[in-house]
Design a protein around this ligand. Structure first.
Ligand code: ADP
Ligand code: MG
Ligand code: ZN
Length: 516
């Protein structure tokens, strides 16, 4: 060993969006004036680690070398951000300085932030970091104790959670291998998921409930229009309870997003139920679609594989609503950065609600609307156009009658509705197994031709509706897609006239409100 020049190499990982790449933390220690520099495109959060590392090493009972220390994060051409390199850098210094000497370090990946006292702190993005390390052939990962549950979701990698630097070093120096962390499967408890809001608690509203069931089955976006107090918010909040359960892959994908966004805690360490995000209308565009100086996923990505609920949608800034176009259309959001672009997934069901006019009572038989027609027109124009175009279903919600509210009739509960939804999803997954889509809402024009063939009577009905309701080509396609979902809920491979007739009901508000 040459004592004037020492080198060590430790594995860690760098994140870009939800994907990660192996990072070699190379440390070289040479004689000369004491210094400590980090190279390899570290951002401010990485540069700030120096003080933490220095103190953590000393406070764990080791010596911080008073020499020239150079840390290189390789490959040097990708930007490194985050505090999770601390642990690897500290171990690299101790190894290069000969204070720990064990070949075992070479096949372990390390991620973790250090405190001044040597404690290992929770980090953001632990799940995608561990996934990336595993995908690059790393079989063992040392990480913060409080990140162990999310990391435990990753298969084919051994997780070693630790609370402080001293214990990590002890583990590395010991002769005996310790047992790795095994997660008790929280995914298996899925059947016990309890929903506070259940369709069974909503009286009447059979039409809207049916519309929401179709939306859940086919992945369609819904706009609910109705006066205040008609139950729009209540219905939307019950919607997650009728969505099908998540697959392991979906849980993994969604948990990755929450991991990177820093939304996981010790208690909520993995996401095994479909997200329901209901941002307030004052939300900024960045918080809605993602971004920022250290980019984070926005609400559209936190709603991935679940629901984005925009209550009182017209209260949102027009600029914010317009930013929803890309995520709704492409099912991903792209965030531009100085050196690169980041993408996050954003495939959600949009549920929006609104009053029909500024006073709220246009079309209500029990209250008089005090708005002028030009006021109503101006009000509605805020959502018209591109966003409206991407919403398959328009549903008018009426306040329920006193008799319905007080009747003893038991409403169909969410469990039952969800079972039907699940069945129709299975049918769609099979039908589209050779296509790049998962559900009917994703059908494009050519796939509609292939998978939604109509018989003679059905074609005539569509022609009739097209002429009478003066449908646009887009509205025409929507009705076919909705008919496909209604047929699937019915367990029918053929789309029948009755399926089409029902689908048309969810498209006939265009004329009443927007006359398109
Ligand atoms: N169909 C219904 N069944 C039971 N309660 C209802 C129903 N519709 C409305 N409510 C009650 O009225 C309240 C107001 O409904 P809400 O969903 O806030 O209406 P909106 O959002 O349309 O203004 C709800 O919290 C609920 O208590
Ligand atoms: Mg409401
Ligand atoms: Zn009005």
């Amino acid at each position: 060993m040459r004592w004037d020049f020492l080198l060590s190499k430790i594995y860690s990982c760098t994140l870009n969006g939800l994907d990660g790449n192996i990072t070699d933390v190379e440390v070289d220690i040479s004689n000369g004036l004491p210094s400590f520099i980090i190279v390899g495109l570290p951002d401010l959060s990485v540069k700030e680690s120096k003080e933490r590392i220095r103190s953590a090493i000393k406070n764990s009972g080791f010596e911080f070398p008073m020499k020239r220390i150079t840390v290189n994060l390789a490959p040097a051409n990708t930007k490194k951000e985050g505090t999770h390199f601390d642990l690897a850098i500290a171990l690299g210094i101790l190894k290069a300085h000969g204070q720990i000497d064990n070949g075992r370090l070479d096949d372990i990946g390390f991620v973790g932030e250090l405190s001044l006292n040597g404690k290992i702190n929770r980090i953001d993005g632990a799940l995608p970091l561990v996934l990336a390390l595993r995908n690059n052939g790393v079989k063992k990962v040392v990480l913060p104790e409080s990140n162990k549950k999310e990391a435990g979701m990753v298969r084919d990698v051994n997780i070693y959670p630790f609370n402080n630097l001293k214990d990590v070093i002890e583990y590395l120096q010991a002769d005996k291998e310790i047992s790795h962390y095994i997660m008790e499967s929280e995914l298996e408890h899925e059947s016990q998921i309890f929903y506070k809001e259940d369709f069974g608690n909503v009286f009447g509203q059979e039409f809207t409930k049916r519309a929401l069931q179709i939306a859940a089955a086919g992945g369609h976006n819904v706009l609910m229009i109705g006066p205040p107090g008609s139950g729009k918010t209540m219905l939307a909040r019950s919607f997650p309870s009728i969505l099908p359960s998540m697959t392991y892959e979906e849980c993994l994908e969604v948990t990755k997003i929450y991991s990177v966004a820093g939304e996981l805690t010790d208690k909520v360490s993995l996401i095994n139920r479909r997200p329901f995000r209901a941002p307030h209308h004052t939300i900024s565009s960045t918080a809605l679609v993602g971004g920022g100086t250290r980019p984070k996923p926005g609400e559209v990505s936190l709603a991935h594989d679940g629901v984005l609920f925009l209550d009182e949608v017209l209260e949102f800034k027009k600029s914010a609503l317009e930013m929803l176009r890309q995520p709704i259309e492409d099912e991903i959001v792209t965030i531009s950065r100085v050196r690169a672009t980041i993408t996050y997934p954003s495939n959600f069901i949009l549920i929006a609600s609104m009053n029909p006019c500024p006073c709220g009572y246009y079309g209500d038989s029990t209250h008089e609307c005090t708005c002028t027609s030009s006021q109503i027109k101006k009000y509605l124009s805020k959502i018209s156009g591109p966003l409206l175009d991407r919403i398959d279903m328009h549903v008018e919600v009426f306040p329920i009658k006193y008799e319905e509210l007080t009747s003893n009739k038991k409403a169909k509960g969410s469990d039952e509705i969800r079972k039907e939804v699940q069945k129709s999803r299975t049918i769609q997954l099979e039908r589209y197994s050779n296509e790049s889509i998962l559900n009917n809402a994703q059908l494009n024009t050519s796939l509609i031709k292939k998978h939604c063939k109509l018989g003679k009577a059905e074609k005539e009905l569509m022609k009739d509706a097209f002429d009478k309701l003066k449908l646009s080509a887009r509205a025409y396609n929507r009705i076919i897609k909705l008919s496909r979902t209604i047929a699937d809920l019915d367990g029918s491979e053929e789309i029948s006239a009755s399926h089409i007739a029902e689908a048309i009901q969810y498209r006939n508000l265009d004329k009443k409100f927007w006359s398109v």
